[in-house]
Design a binder for this molecule. Structure first.
Ligand code: ARG
Length: 465
């Protein structure tokens, strides 16, 4: 077997270098500690490249057979943990190539024909991210389904809807949860869109300018399942906008999760008491024996911070880079990996936790009654009797004042006293003032009326299959 130049890499890149790389520099520039996560994508990309090289007669059929055999063994060694990763070989690409050459000799040294690590790494990240996108999409579906299952049981469970965190109008708990289903449905749309732009093949761009070998880029794209090519070689090796876009999607999804988590924390506090969480999703306190804390929800809220941070990191990483590839881009991996891990773990546990929510309808109802949530309904009643809305608004303010002074709910004020405020208040005013009357009346598309909400649940269930 001929010598393997990659084995001597720590002594220098080529005959051009007259002294070995400084140890600190070696440690500083190596990425193999984290980019080994791309190994499977790297092997898949190399196989597709080698097959195309053979089909184009750039390498011999025997070389291809050797490369295929060697890469299979490399894959097995990596999967079984036997692979010896070497820091002096810098990154996942050089580690795999060196081992391949050790195993199969010259054929291994031919693999890199017409290719650079610049288009190689861009291809690997895209392949890897596409796989992760396909794993995250069902997690978004699971979370939506968990919300729908709880919602289906609570289309008639009344809670206060809030604006400014002040009691505003009655809504059903189902309606409230469906708001989050809408958010996660849009996140899923965004993810599908990110996938399209991630799923384009950079390979063939080589270092930056393309290559003189007769590569068949379309064949490589087909084999790897890419739906299009990166059409400009300079852009192909240098931009990481697909990763930024993924981080933006993930940040928005985590913000949605964080809002839901925040509400779960609030609802579970004694002051609200709207829900309880199954014990298995709570933690205790080491000092206060009475405590049951919603740590999972708090962490989900907290972890949104790191994902948003990664988005900022990736944007900042890109913004000052002149075309084309710069080593800065090596810094894209850790934030991207952590974004994927954090989002996936959070979506998974949120779906589980939502399934374990125990609703306390009485507390929700009491809170809705306490806040004069049906005041708008009394105003609407007057408007239907011909009173201009602004006048009705004023009359109802007086009614609330009266109810407050008595310490009663609006529906409990005697009809005669309501009439004294405005003669147009009719016999059926009291019905409009009940929580159920209020809920049922909001039957506009997208409104909180139980019939409307049930229809929305059906629509979502059909969509999610
Ligand atoms: N480890 C490198 C990265 O993550 C691979 C590409 C290196 N290319 C180069 N020209 N140094 O970006």
């Amino acid at each position: 077997m001929a010598g393997n130049p990659l084995d001597k890499k720590s002594q220098g890149w080529s005959a051009l270098f007259s002294e070995p790389m400084d140890v600190l520099v070696q440690r500083y520039t190596a990425s193999v500690g984290f980019d080994r996560r791309l190994a499977r994508a790297d092997i898949a990309g190399s196989l597709a490249h080698a097959r195309m090289l053979a089909a184009q007669k750039v390498i011999a059929a025997q070389d291809l057979a050797d490369i295929e055999r060697g890469l299979e063994q490399v894959g097995e060694e990596i999967d079984s943990g036997r692979f010896e990763w070497k820091l002096e070989l810098e990154d996942v690409h050089l580690n795999i190539e060196a081992r391949l050459t050790q195993l199969v000799g010259d054929a291994g040294k031919r693999l890199h024909t017409g290719r650079s690590r610049n288009d190689q790494v861009a291809t690997d990240i895209r392949l890897w991210l596409r796989g992760e996108i396909d794993a995250i999409a069902p997690l978004l579906v699971q979370l939506q389904k968990a919300l729908l299952d709880v919602a289906a049981q609570h289309t008639d469970t009344v809670m206060p809807g809030f604006t400014h965190l002040q009691v505003a109008q009655p809504v059903s708990f189902a309606h409230h949860l469906l708001a989050y289903v809408e958010m996660f449905a849009r996140d899923a749309e965004r993810l599908a869109d990110v996938r399209k732009r991630t799923n384009r093949l950079p390979l063939g761009a080589a270092a930056l300018a393309g290559t003189s070998y007769p590569l068949d880029r379309d064949a490589v794209a087909r084999e790897l399942g890419f739906e299009a090519l990166s059409e400009n070689s300079l852009d192909a090796v240098s931009d990481r906008d697909f990763a930024i876009e993924f981080a933006a999607f993930a940040s928005i999804a985590m913000v949605h999760v964080s809002r839901l988590a925040e509400e779960i924390v609030l609802w579970m506090s004694q002051n609200f008491g709207f829900i309880d969480l199954a014990d298995r999703y709570c933690t205790g306190s080491s000092i206060m024996p009475q405590k049951r804390n919603p740590d999972v929800a708090e962490l989900a809220r907290g972890k949104s911070g790191r994902v948003i941070g990664h988005l900022m990191g990736l944007l900042t990483l890109m913004k000052g880079q002149p075309l084309t590839y710069n080593k800065d881009n090596q810094e894209d991996k850790e934030p991207l990996f952590d974004t994927v891990d954090t989002l996936a773990a959070t979506l998974r546990i949120m779906a589980e936790m939502v399934g374990g929510i125990r609703v306390k309808p009485d507390a929700m109802r009491a809170a809705a009654l306490k806040g004069y949530a049906t005041a708008t309904d009394l105003a609407d009643h007057l408007v239907k009797e011909g009173v201009p809305f602004r006048d009705a608004h004023e009359v109802v303010a007086h009614a609330v004042k009266l109810a407050l002074a008595r310490g009663v709910d609006l529906a409990e004020l005697p009809l005669a006293e309501l009439r004294a405020l405005h003669p147009s208040i009719g016999d059926d005013a009291r019905d409009a003032l009940t929580l159920e009357g209020s809920l049922n009346s909001r039957a506009v598309r997208g409104g909180t009326a139980p019939a409307q909400v049930r229809a929305q649940i059906e629509r979502h269930r059909r969509r999610l299959g």
